[in-house]
Design a protein around this ligand. Structure first.
Ligand SMILES: [Mn+2]
Length: 445
């Protein structure tokens, strides 16, 4: 990887003209875009940035109308080598991507872990953007933390390989601190009783999904969920003694029904420069915010936060509040309807129809897949109607032996990663799809 990055960067140093940068809409793509933007600014390169949901021939043709001689694709591009070559063959192409590359002869400057026999999880798009940035200028080590946010968004494991080194840079440059704590979503921002109620990973029997259960649980432990002014407390407001009580309580509740009752504890990654109650203090929550900005088609809010723009930061904070309400609505619907889903031996089909927004169905499947509601190796298939009258399909699994992308391709026109992918189908095909995907999953599993 070192040599690939070195050669790529040396070629890049030669550029004296404006550059067109294209990146992806999710957390990894937005953080990649922020790293590249900051890097090019510092390097005095002229550039313009486009964020896209997906590359396709129309998009690439559109790009070819632009007057740039240099194109830099980041967190996307590797899957579209032939189309890029077809429409941009008279330009110089730079690609930093970790998705599976198309098998196509080319003369691009191309960095991708697959080219050296590694997989998409060995490094994120933002990780590659950072390695390039650092190679260009050692001072850019202060951007390592941005690539950690992107990697978390793509569920990259930071305990080994390149990622371990990137995380170390983020800690060494004073941007990130790692603490052991309750591994729950919303520890910085959610009210304590809500935090427990909506904790699907870890799943807390009798508490997850029930506000009453959550409040009773806190009462049993002798932990107040409101302070003396009647305001709801957050996890941060607990003293050490209470925190210990809570963690022990959660582990005990999970004892007997959960495989690893103590896996509620884990590393929490915090931004040192953010206040305790900041909505982007916790790196995982920051990644969620960026994904929300992308899904709700407001990528500029996400980039704005990353570029430290106070007005866009305010807008992003509003957007996150709405997004969380949508997640909570989706989770409530899921728990109320849990008994009505189509279940196979190793899969579940959640057909939400109009009950969950198509922009939320993938998020719901991800949360369900990572919770202990079903076996963690189950395949979760989500379906939701779109505003255009089609059906959005999302599939998630934690089973490393399954390639969902292969499976979806057999029954619908879709794509993604091996453990997370999606597609769109026509409404008339609803029943046909359910039958075909059930058959395909039964066969494979
Ligand atoms: Mn990515």
């Amino acid at each position: 990887m070192k040599n690939l990055i070195k050669d790529f960067t040396n070629e890049f140093r030669e550029i004296k003209e404006p550059i067109k940068v294209i990146s992806h809409l999710d957390a990894d793509g937005l953080t990649s875009a922020a790293i590249i933007s900051k890097t090019l600014k510092r390097n005095d390169n002229e550039f313009s940035l486009s964020i896209v949901r997906q590359l396709d021939e129309d998009k690439i043709r559109e790009l070819s109308l632009e007057d740039y001689n240099y194109f830099l694709f980041v967190d996307l591009g590797s899957g579209f080598l032939s189309l890029i070559s077809k429409h941009l063959n008279d330009r110089k192409i730079f690609i930093l991507d970790h998705h599976v590359p198309e098998n196509f002869e080319n003369n691009f400057y191309h960095v991708n872990p697959h080219l050296i026999g590694m997989d998409s999880w060995s490094i994120s798009g933002a990780g590659l953007a950072y390695l390039f940035s650092k190679e260009l200028n050692k001072d850019n080590i202060d951007m390592a933390y941005i690539s950690v946010i992107g990697g978390m968004g793509d569920y990259i494991n930071f305990s080994h390989g390149f990622n371990e080194g990137i995380l170390k840079d983020a800690v060494d440059s004073g941007k990130i601190e790692i603490k052991k704590g309750l591994r729950m979503f919303g520890t910085q921002t959610r009210h304590l009783h809500k935090l427990l109620q909506y904790s699907t990973d870890p799943y807390i029997p009798g508490v997850t999904g029930s506000e009453e259960g959550s409040i009773n649980f806190l009462n049993e432990l002798g932990i107040e969920y409101k302070n003396s002014n009647g305001n709801f407390r957050k996890l941060n407001d607990l003293n050490d003694e209470e925190l210990k009580e809570l963690i022990t309580g959660v582990i005990l509740k999970r004892f007997g029904s959960e495989e690893n009752p103590d896996d509620v504890l884990g590393n929490i990654y915090l931004l040192k420069n953010e206040d305790e109650d900041s909505f982007i203090k916790d790196v995982r929550e920051y990644a969620t915010l960026l994904n929300a900005c992308g899904r709700l088609r407001k990528p500029s809010f996400g980039i704005g936060v990353l570029m430290e723009n106070p007005i866009l930061r305010e807008k992003a904070s509003e957007l996150l509040k709405n997004y969380k309400m949508e997640i909570i609505k989706a989770l409530n619907w899921f728990h109320e309807n849990k008994n009505n889903f189509i279940k196979g031996e190793k899969f579940v089909i959640i057909n939400a129809e109009d009950n969950i927004k198509d922009s939320m169905i993938g998020t719901l499947c991800g949360i369900v897949s990572n919770s202990n509601v079903y076996d963690r190796n189950h395949v979760i298939v989500g379906m939701a109607h779109t505003l255009e009258g089609d059906i959005k399909i999302s599939m998630r699994t934690n089973n490393p032996k399954i390639d969902l992308r292969e499976i979806i391709k057999r029954v619908a026109d879709g794509g993604g990663h091996s453990n997370s992918c999606g597609a769109f189908i026509k409404k008339e095909k609803e029943m046909e799809f359910i039958e075909e995907i059930s058959n395909a999953l039964t066969k494979v599993l």
